[in-house]
Design a protein around this ligand. Structure first.
Ligand code: AMP
Length: 398
């Protein structure tokens, strides 16, 4: 095994996703997930040498325990000797970061300052960074930001129509998220479809538990559906997406919700789950709808209608459409949702090829429209790969 591997850490609020990636071949020497970190029985599930294994962790300071145990595992498997860098996913980079950076004390300070904008995510990301710095003191550590790709948006796209002082003094503006994914799939689309990067108009729909759409002109994000936080925009698994902001005051003043309860309602109890009253999981909703569950069907109808409206809206900043990309767990696998969305976009000339749509799934890229239609394409995302290659590039420059 050569020294060409990067440890990728994605330390979330209740889980830690990790992978060791060979940047020459793209293969994963180790991959896994520490989950249920906020619960009684945290676990690490990992795949090494084709075999799946589980480690049970003690509850308590679960992030720290999970990272310590992961480091032990990496050393036990002798993988640490092949590492050239550690790449960290950081959710919110605010306006500080327009691209990936080598982690210095100043970078850590800037991530801390931005924590007010992502109170669940940035502190967890910092835990991962601090633990990895201790465990792998000699390795370069690199931060890759979900927000960085969207820093090319112009003020007319990123400002809310609020008093300007809220932006200047408190940074209240639209930042956008899933940037690593939107960047990766749009770069792939340029290659696969032979698009000219100086003259291309792409819309990418990242549809997973979280969902966002981005308008990408000549390789740069010009608008995106998420905002200050990952709550704005599309309907998601448990998140409401756009609502009338007046609902907040109604819930607080009339129904006596606390601000924390409103936050919980909008982030955890809404979306597919809220409408279906069944599940946040798209597969479960699709199965229930097929068996006649009316609210599951309504949840799918709203999801697709709002998604189609958002895609159509993003043709405005692009002035046309060369490619529409579907990615994320839903975008890559649900032929039914792709069908329902594209059938509402016929006025843009989009025409689905039913056979191609049915076969584009399980990690396969593929065009799903007819030859005479503007292109819609399924491209599996790979955020870990972007983090690994950015980390390797920055490590080699040092
Ligand atoms: P992600 O956050 O990208 O892992 O995506 C998770 C979402 O993808 C969940 O809502 C899953 O139900 C959905 N998903 C995964 N596989 C399928 C599938 N075959 N059909 C429909 N939805 C799927």
């Amino acid at each position: 095994m050569s020294s060409s591997h990067v440890l990728v850490l994605n330390c979330g609020s209740s889980s830690l996703k990790f992978a060791i990636i060979d940047i020459h071949s793209g293969s994963e020497a180790l991959s896994g997930l520490a989950e249920c970190l906020a619960e009684q029985q945290p676990l690490i599930k990992y795949k090494y040498d084709g075999k799946k294994q589980t480690i049970t962790l003690n509850p308590g300071d679960a992030h720290q325990i999970a990272i310590t145990r992961l480091v032990e595992l990496v050393k036990q498997l002798n993988l640490d000797k092949h590492l050239i860098a550690v790449g960290h996913r950081v959710v919110h980079g605010g306006e500080h970061f327009t691209h990936s950076v080598s982690i210095t004390p100043e970078v850590i300070e800037a991530i801390k300052q931005t924590s007010a904008l992502a109170p669940l995510h940035n502190p967890a990301n910092l835990l991962g960074i601090e633990a990895a710095q201790k465990a792998f003191a000699s390795l370069p550590q690199v931060a890759v930001f979900d927000t960085a790709f969207h820093q090319t948006m112009e003020p007319k796209a990123f400002l809310y129509a609020l008093p300007y002082s809220l932006y200047k003094e408190h940074g209240i503006r639209r930042y956008g998220f899933h940037g690593t994914s939107h960047y990766y799939v749009s770069a792939q689309a340029h290659n696969i479809l032979g698009l000219n990067k100086d003259n291309s108009r792409i819309i990418s729909a990242h549809l997973g538990n979280g969902c966002s759409v981005t308008a990408i002109k000549n390789g740069q994000s010009v608008d995106t559906s998420m905002g200050l936080t990952p709550l704005e925009g599309l309907m998601m698994g448990t998140r409401s997406g756009d609502i009338d902001p007046g609902i907040f005051a109604f819930l607080v003043n009339q129904l006596k919700y606390s601000p924390t309860q409103v936050d919980l309602l909008l982030n955890k109890q809404s979306g597919l789950l809220g409408i279906s009253e069944l599940s946040n999981d798209c597969r479960t909703i699709e199965e229930a709808a097929a068996q006649g569950h009316e609210q599951a069907q309504l949840a799918l109808d709203i999801f697709c209608y709002r998604l189609a409206k958002q895609i159509a809206a993003f043709v405005v900043p692009l002035g046309g459409l060369d490619a529409l990309i579907f990615t994320g767990g839903i975008g890559e696998n649900s032929d039914a949702i792709r069908d329902k969305v594209i059938s509402q976009l016929g006025f843009l000339g989009l025409t689905l090829d039913q056979d191609k749509n049915l076969t584009a799934r399980f990690g396969q890229s593929g065009v799903i429209t007819t030859n005479d239609s503007p292109c819609a394409i399924v491209i599996p995302t790979n955020e870990e790969w972007v983090i690994a290659t950015d980390a390797a590039t920055i490590a080699q420059e040092q």
